[in-house]
Design a protein around this ligand. Structure first.
Ligand code: UDP
Length: 406
């Protein structure tokens, strides 16, 4: 098959950790590469945000990144890209008419708009993965949500117009059905993890060196909803424990980052700043060693569409203590591969962590079970195979009949 991955703001070539570069970039890169390994040709369409980028770049054998000229060729926040989606869709239509594309898979709602525009001109069937839903974001972020006003309605419309919505977790299915997306058009295929790169004992020199008896690690974009503040509050009740936070801009630019500054203020107010290390963005290749240096990875977002980091920790054999929201409800088995706590609840988090840190043998059992489950369910080749089944049903025009037969 020739597959078009459409990812308007999240390029698979981007550097990770910034405000708009995280799981979607990893997902698109890894899924595309795994599909190419399975013998498909994959074109990843992403917006040109730098005039010096070549039009096409080979990401891996069988995977071409196409830089689409739509809007100014400079970095633009993802929430401000909507005005350029018609132009993006027109460029897609040109490519799909000359490149005999079998299926398109749109990532994020704006890519869905562009893809549906191109599909109307070319007849290419479209799968949609939202990655995040405006309705959920609005519920949690209220007036600080910077999404364009029509987002929720647009997502409902996209969900009804595409051939299939590929949700990444069961919680998302509930949200989609609530939005009016027909359940028989929804399939669940989770995000994956590179189980070779993220593996137990990948060692290496880890910065910063450990300075306390126990180490917790958080990894993610430095945005408030990731809930790092909850971990800082919990740390006040966890003696002899340090916290390393990876994510945000590179270390030299952290002092100019509003969220980093805010977190350091919180840490000071809680009297834990001497045990907190904000290390900034960590190269994806260096993450397995950092994750592996942790006694537990903590992921306590307010909400989380999927959350690749908990699966990366699991693949490293490190137990996750996470909030019981979104994708974590599927990826962390409470009491088996990690522990789940309510979001924004520092006391519950401290209590779960105290228990885990005090019992090294339990940590080892949970970590080993986490690794087994990651290998059994979340390797990218497996995820690509599940995705391919969805694409094949789309090509046959059989999404609805196959749902009825299930
Ligand atoms: N990541 C990274 N370096 C950093 C911060 C994050 O490589 O400094 C990667 C992380 O390993 C994961 C992705 O960015 O693969 C974040 O994905 P996740 O789904 O956890 O969160 P999102 O960014 O989508 O909200």
């Amino acid at each position: 098959m020739r597959i078009a991955m459409v990812s308007e703001h999240a390029s698979p070539l981007a550097t990770l950790g910034g405000v708009d570069a995280g799981g979607q970039n990893v997902h698109v890169a890894a899924l595309s590469t795994a599909l190419a390994r399975a013998g498909h040709e994959v074109d990843v369409y992403t917006r040109r945000d730098d005039p010096d980028l070549p039009e096409c770049v080979e990401l891996a054998a069988g995977v071409t990144v196409v830089h689409v000229a739509a809007g100014p060729a400079r970095t633009i926040a993802k929430d401000e890209l909507l005005p350029y989606m018609d132009a993006f869709g027109d460029v897609l239509a040109d490519w799909w008419s000359t490149r005999a594309t079998d299926v398109a898979h749109a990532h994020f709602w704006m890519s869905g708009l562009a893809s549906l525009r191109a599909a109307a001109l070319t007849g290419v069937p479209v799968a949609q993965t939202f990655h995040a839903l405006g309705s959920v974001k609005r519920r949690h972020q209220g007036s600080s949500d910077t999404s364009p006003p029509g987002r929720v309605a647009a997502e409902a419309s996209i969900g009804r117009r595409v051939d299939v919505v590929v949700a990444t977790c069961s919680d998302e299915v509930t949200e989609l059905v609530r939005l009016g997306v027909p359940a028989e058009r929804i399939r669940v295929v989770p995000c994956g993890v590179d189980i070779e790169r993220f593996r137990p004992g990948c060692g290496g020199v880890v910065e910063p060196p450990r300075r306390a008896r126990y180490r917790l690690v958080c990894v993610g974009r430095l945005v408030e909803r990731k809930g790092i503040e909850t971990v800082l509050h919990a740390l006040a009740d966890l003696p002899d424990t340090e916290l390393v936070v990876a994510g945000g801009p590179s270390a030299d630019l952290l002092s100019a980052d509003d969220e980093a500054r805010r977190l350091l203020e919180v840490a000071k107010a809680d009297g834990v700043d001497d045990r907190v290390h904000l290390v900034g963005r960590v190269d994806h290749d260096d993450l397995p060693a950092l994750v592996g240096s942790a006694d537990a990875v903590v992921a306590t977002p307010w909400y989380e569409p999927f959350g690749i980091v908990p699966v990366e920790a699991a693949a490293c054999g490190v137990p996750v203590v996470g909030s019981a929201v979104g994708g974590l409800v599927d990826t962390v088995q409470d009491g088996r591969t990690g522990l789940l706590v309510p979001p924004r609840d520092p006391a519950a988090l401290a209590s779960a962590l105290r228990d885990l840190l005090g019992h090294p043998e339990r940590r080892a059992v949970l970590g080993a079970a986490a690794r087994r489950r990651a290998v059994a369910r979340y390797g990218w080749d497996r995820i690509a195979a599940q995705t391919e089944v969805v694409y094949q049903a789309m090509v046959r025009g059989a999404v609805l009949t196959e749902a009825a037969a299930r």
